[in-house]
Design a protein around this ligand. Structure first.
Ligand SMILES: [Zn+2]
Length: 468
C-alpha cells in the first residue's frame, strides 16, 4: 500500500507545521514511508506556457480597457461611440478583436464568439438593454474528451459610485479589467498548445447590474447540456497596492452546501457530513494542488465560503446552474478603489485606477489560472459512478467506480482526509482497477476517487455515493 502525506494549500506556517507533525506521527507508526510528502510533478509543457505570461501585456490590456472611459453595461454601444472608443460597445469590440488576433497567431485555433441577448428592465437595468458576452473556444483535440469543458471568466463591465451613471468615468482597472486580462492572457498563452479537453476563455457583461451576463451564459450551458467541469471566476485580482496587501496569496472562494442541491441531495449531505465536498470545493482543492505543483508566483488561499461576506460574483451564476465554480480575489481589497468616482477628498484618492494595481501580481494569478485550466484539460475525465459499499458492517472501506469515459486514464487514486481536515491528506493508487479496499473506516474519513493518465495528469476527485 502506498500512503502519502500531502502538502498544505497555503503558506500558513502553523498549518504546515501541523501537517508535518501528523506526517511525522504516521512515519513513527510505520504507516508512512519517511519523506513521503509528494505532489504531482509539473508538466514541462504547461510550465513553459506559464513562462509566457507577461505582466507587460496584462498592463497594456488593462490600460486599453480603462481607455474606454466607462464600461458600464448601460453605457453607449452605438457605432459612433464604438468608433470614438468610449463605452461598453467599444470595449466589447476590442476584446473580440484581441481574441481574433490570438487565434490568427495559432492558425485559427480559437473560435471567437459573442453571446448577445436583450435583458429586460430589472433592478439595475432601467430599460431593455442589449448585453454581449465575448468568448473564445479552444476546442479539445480528442473527439471524446473535447466534450469536456473548463472555463475561465472575468467581467468586462465596470461602474463608479452610481450604478446608473452611463456617462461618467468608471475605469474599473481592478474591478474587473484585472479578471478580463486574466481570461485574455490565458487565451494567448494556452492557445499555443493543444489539449484533449476544451477550454473556454470568457468575458461577461452585466456583473455590476446583477450578474446578468454570467446568468445568461450559465443557463445556456445548462440548457445545452454542456459537460462543464470547472469554472474559474477572476474578479478583483489586481493586488491593490495598499499597505496591508499580501501579494503572496490569492483567495479562492468556493461554496460548501451547493445552492443547486435538491432536498434529496441536502438530506444526503446532512446525513453523511458532505458539507465540505461540493464539486466547487473539490475544484478549490484542485487549485490548491496546482498551486503546490507549479510556481505561479502566488499561492491560493482557500476560503470555505461562497464569496466575501454578503457579496456576490459571476461564479454564483454557474453554481446556481449546478456547475463547479470558484472565485479568485486579491487578499485584501481597498474599498476606496472600487465602485467609486475618481476624486480626492481629504488627501484620500478614490477610484479604480491602473496606478493602484500590481501587474506582476495579476500575471501570477493568470499563471495559477492557466496552470489549473491546462492541468484539467490535459487530465482524463473523472471516474464515473463512484460508490462506497455499505452492505456489510465492516471497518475496511471498499470503493468502486466506472472507468473514466474517453480513454487516457491508466490508473485511479483514492484520496482521503480526516473529517475535520480541510484538504486531502492521503492517497492510494489502485492501479487500473475500478475497485479498491482500504484498511480505513469510512466512518472516520472522507474519500474521493480521481483518474490519472500516463503523464501523471489528475482529474478532479469525485466523492463516492453510498451503495446500499
Ligand atoms: Zn467585480
Amino acid at each position: 500500500m502506498r500512503l502519502k502525506c500531502f502538502g498544505t494549500d497555503h503558506n500558513f506556517s502553523e498549518i504546515r507545521a501541523r501537517v508535518w507533525v501528523q506526517c511525522a506521527a504516521l512515519v513513527a507508526l510505520g504507516l508512512l514511508p519517511a519523506g513521503a510528502q509528494e505532489n504531482p510533478k509539473p508538466d514541462a509543457r504547461i510550465a513553459q506556457a506559464l513562462a509566457q505570461v507577461s505582466a507587460a501585456r496584462i498592463q497594456a490590456n488593462i490600460e486599453k480597457l480603462v481607455s474606454f472611459g466607462t464600461r458600464l453595461t448601460l453605457s453607449a454601444q452605438d457605432d459612433a461611440s464604438i468608433q470614438q472608443g468610449r463605452g461598453i460597445g467599444a470595449a466589447r469590440e476590442w476584446i473580440k478583436a484581441e481574441f481574433e488576433r490570438y487565434s490568427k497567431d495559432c492558425g485559427g485555433c480559437l473560435e471567437v464568439k459573442a453571446d448577445t441577448f436583450v435583458e429586460q428592465p430589472a433592478d439595475r437595468i432601467p430599460q431593455a438593454t442589449q448585453l454581449t458576452n465575448v468568448y473564445a473556444v479552444l476546442k479539445g483535440s480528442d473527439p471524446e474528451n473535447a466534450k469536456r469543458i473548463v472555463l475561465v471568466t472575468g467581467h468586462y463591465d465596470s461602474r463608479n459610485s452610481d450604478t446608473f451613471d452611463a456617462k461618467g468615468d468608471a475605469p474599473g482597472a481592478n474591478d474587473d479589467a484585472s479578471g478580463t486580462a486574466v481570461s485574455l492572457e490565458c487565451a494567448r498563452v494556452l492557445s499555443k498548445l493543444k489539449f484533449p479537453a476544451t477550454i473556454i476563455f470568457l468575458t461577461v457583461a452585466g456583473e455590476e447590474q446583477g450578474l446578468n451576463g454570467s446568468k445568461h451564459f450559465a443557463q445556456m450551458a445548462k440548457e445545452q447540456g454542456w459537460n462543464l467541469e470547472a469554472v474559474l471566476n477572476n474578479d478583483i485580482v489586481g493586488g491593490d497596492k495598499s499597505a496591508k496587501q499580501d501579494h503572496g496569496v490569492v483567495r479562492v472562494f468556493s461554496e460548501g452546501v451547493p445552492v443547486a442541491a435538491d432536498e434529496k441531495r441536502l438530506r444526503a449531505i446532512r446525513g453523511l457530513g458532505g458539507e465540505s465536498d461540493s464539486v466547487s470545493r473539490e475544484l478549490a482543492r484542485y487549485v490548491a494542488e496546482v498551486g503546490r505543483t507549479y510556481d505561479a508566483g502566488v499561492k491560493p488561499l482557500l476560503v470555505f465560503r461562497l464569496d466575501r461576506f454578503l457579496r456576490g460574483g459571476d461564479h454564483y451564476s454557474f453554481n446556481q446552474a449546478g456547475f463547479a465554480a470558484v472565485r479568485f480575489t486579491e487578499f485584501r481589497e481597498d474599498y476606496n478603489h472600487q465602485h467609486q468616482n475618481i476624486r480626492t477628498e481629504k488627501d484620500v484618492e478614490y477610484g479604480d485606477l491602473p496606478k493602484f494595481v500590481n501587474f506582476d501580481y495579476i500575471a501570477a494569478v493568470a499563471r495559477l489560472n492557466a496552470a489549473t485550466l491546462a492541468s484539467l484539460a490535459s487530465a482524463p475525465a473523472p471516474p464515473a459512478k463512484g460508490r462506497i459499499l455499505t452492505k456489510d458492517l465492516e471497518n475496511d472501506s471498499t470503493l468502486t467506480w466506472e472507468a473514466a469515459p474517453g480513454g487516457p486514464a491508466v490508473q485511479y487514486e483514492v484520496v482521503w482526509r480526516a473529517t475535520s481536515s480541510a484538504d486531502w491528506e492521503h492517497v492510494q493508487s489502485c492501479g487500473d482497477k475500478t475497485r479498491c479496499t482500504l484498511p480505513v473506516s469510512k466512518d472516520n474519513v472522507i474519500f474521493a476517487v480521481r483518474s490519472v493518465d500516463k503523464a501523471g495528469h489528475r482529474s478532479l476527485p469525485v466523492a463516492p455515493e453510498p451503495e446500499r
